[in-house]
Design a protein around this ligand. Structure first.
Ligand SMILES: NC(=O)c1ccc[n+]([C@@H]2O[C@H](COP(=O)([O-])OP(=O)(O)OC[C@H]3O[C@@H](n4cnc5c(N)ncnc54)[C@H](OP(=O)(O)O)[C@@H]3O)[C@@H](O)[C@H]2O)c1
Length: 187
């Protein structure tokens, strides 16, 4: 069954970007592109992409140097209160609609595939607040930053489904515990 998944890379101390919105701590790490929980396998199963404006702006800025304007073929929703420029040829839908509304549209567009919540952390939190997040897949880099953009600034109970190693990273896969019935299930 299709899931709504926050797939993200984090420092050990729970930051997904440094205070200057830099990912240099992440991009320098060794990763096996064919290893466990790898990005290529994940994105192949995703049918829609959801992100906040800072993440969008970071992507546009950093894609510019790669010769490829936009990394996703999936329809992508970008939460913003501003009027942001789009990317030629990309299916990008700017929105400030409620998370439930955007999720319904993304789920329909995904047509049976997963919905990827890219981040940031507060946006993932808005999806958890609305009971829309099913899973977290976190790639923990071997670094601490002490400050930055938080992974998921909410109180949330999770069930650990799997951990594995991919090169420098600890890969951790969790499901969100939503109800008492879930909590009572044997582990
Ligand atoms: N390590 C990773 O895997 C990873 C993954 C994702 C992101 N990142 C990085 O982490 C940082 C995250 O930045 P961030 O925490 O600022 O998060 P963000 O979610 O990317 O952007 C926050 C912005 O999204 C808009 N927004 C959020 N909720 C909204 C809502 N309900 N309605 C309308 N607009 C809404 C607002 O933009 P407006 O001001 O336009 O209204 C808000 O300022 C970025 O540097 C990003 O590149 C890292």
């Amino acid at each position: 069954m299709a899931q709504t998944i926050y797939y993200v890379a984090s420092t050990l101390d729970g930051f997904i970007a440094d205070p200057d919105d830099s990912l240099d701590w992440l991009l320098k790490q060794d990763i096996d592109e064919n290893g466990p929980m790898n990005y290529n396998a994940f994105i192949a199963e995703a049918g829609a992409v959801i992100m906040g404006a800072s993440t969008y702006e970071w992507l546009v800025k950093h894609q510019a140097g790669t010769g490829e304007k936009w990394p996703y073929t999936q329809p992508s929703w970008v939460f913003t209160h501003r009027t942001l420029p789009g990317v030629d040829g990309a299916d990008i839908r700017f929105t400030s609609a409620p998370a439930t509304e955007v999720h319904a549209a993304a789920t329909e567009a995904a047509n049976g595939r997963n919905v990827w919540v890219v981040g940031g952390g507060d946006l993932a939190g808005q999806f958890t607040d609305a009971g829309l997040l099913d899973e977290l897949m976190v790639s923990y880099a071997p670094v601490t930053l002490g400050a930055g953009a938080p992974l998921l600034p909410r109180r949330l109970d999770l069930r650990l489904r799997e951990t594995t190693r991919n090169a420098a990273f600890v890969m951790a896969h969790y499901e969100v515990i939503r109800t008492n019935a879930d909590i009572d299930q044997p582990r």
